[in-house]
Design a protein around this ligand. Structure first.
Ligand code: AMP
Length: 281
């Protein structure tokens, strides 16, 4: 695997590969890699000539300094994992490379999606996501961008972003990879104490409960019961909602063909998110 720290170097490499007709799959990450990230790399490798991963803990998308400061960094292990899993190129920029001192911050028109759910609890988060994604996509110019369904709202935001910037990529959203206990894999799981790691599986159990009960029951009742399940385990809930696939609120299953339940909850100040498309088999 070749590691590039400079955008100009990786751009140059990619331009040369493009001339040979290579296709490019791209997996942007913030590192502390796990099997969720690796599943995206595996899929990209099956389809593209070149698979590129980036690791950059993007300060612009953190509204909470403590969350940023505590974000796990395991770069040596990440590089080993990427090598082992056949990633071809790693883009590993530092902050100056992405946001030079003369960088002019752009504002994106994202509509109401920006301030709901994650956006409500993490003001400015999606603006920060768009900032870094526009830069990364302009550097990598990939054919397919691989994203995880775990960050469902982020996928919608990035789908919107790519319609407004000069890139030609398509987006493939990949299923959430889970721990044995059902907890969605996340870099933040590394911050959980063993007991909390076990307790946090209530998030997925609750999503399954919602999936089982929501078809025949008004959502407000299902939400009441599922909220209790999570609170009883001592987690703090930011949101627990059932929406349609565009994140519009709905009150029963029959208002959409693709209802989705989304949860954000913290345990011992570690904030976890997860979701389930209720109509999936
Ligand atoms: P992150 O490093 O958390 O920014 O994630 C980088 C990419 O990996 C994003 O597209 C995530 O949605 C995706 N991802 C994170 N966790 C998982 C998971 N458990 N399963 C599948 N994809 C994931």
């Amino acid at each position: 695997m070749i590691i590039y720290k400079k955008a100009s170097d990786i751009k140059h490499h990619i331009e040369n590969q493009r001339k040979k007709g290579c296709s490019i799959g791209f997996i942007p990450t913030m590192g502390a890699l796990h099997d969720g990230h690796l599943s995206l790399i595996k899929t990209s490798k099956e389809v593209n000539t070149i698979t590129i991963c980036s690791i950059f803990v993007n300060p612009a998308q953190f509204n909470n300094k403590e969350d940023f400061d505590k974000y796990p960094i395991t770069i040596h292990n990440d590089i080993d994992l990427l090598e082992l899993n056949g990633c071809d190129l790693l883009f590993l920029p530092d902050k100056e490379e992405i946001y030079p001192s003369d960088f002019i911050k752009k504002e994106y028109s994202l509509g109401k999606i920006e301030n709901m759910l994650e956006g409500k609890f993490r003001p400015g988060h999606f603006q920060g996501v768009c900032l870094v994604m526009e830069i990364l996509l302009s550097v990598v110019q990939c054919d397919i961008l691989y994203l995880g369904q775990k960050d469902y709202q982020q996928c919608l935001v990035i789908k919107k972003l790519i319609t407004s910037i000069p890139v030609k990529t398509s987006i493939q959203v990949m299923p959430t990879i889970r721990e044995k206990n059902g907890l969605a894999m996340s870099s933040r799981n590394k911050r959980l104490k063993e007991h909390d790691f076990n307790t946090a599986s209530i998030i997925y159990q609750t999503l399954l409960y919602i999936k089982e009960h929501a078809y025949n029951t008004p959502f407000d009742h299902v939400i009441q019961e599922s909220t209790k399940m999570i609170l009883n385990k001592g987690l703090v809930i930011d949101y627990l909602e059932i929406t349609d696939e565009d994140l519009n609120n709905i009150s029963n299953w029959h208002q959409t063909s693709k209802p989705i339940a989304l949860i954000a909850a913290s345990i011992d100040n570690v904030r976890l998110i997860d979701n389930l498309i209720l109509s999936d088999k």
